[in-house]
Design a protein around this ligand. Sequence first.
Ligand code: FES
Length: 105
Amino acid sequence: MLLRAMQYLSPEEVAHGRFCWNEECQYCRVHFDLGPETPNRVGLSCKLMVQEGMRITEMAQEIRYCLRELGLGLTNKDLANKDLTNKDLDNQGFDKDKEEPKGQG
Ligand code: FES
């Protein structure tokens, strides 16, 4: 699973993240593709298997926060504005029962 792979990068932080590891919280949401000129998709990293050529193009705030020590470009302003609710995900129309945004499946 992709989230487990991320835990190898930052073991303590991901272990202490607010992840349910059960496809419910959506704090592990990522956007990804499988290489150049492949469609961008949305998935839950607690469910998503890592694939050869996979490129993560966007990560939920919780993941970025947990990986902040890796220097992935999250600014202090981003951290200060960290949304501690699922409101952002709801506003983006993400359907937690599917891996695709609402209206695209
Ligand atoms: S960790 Fe909660 S949905 Fe993936």
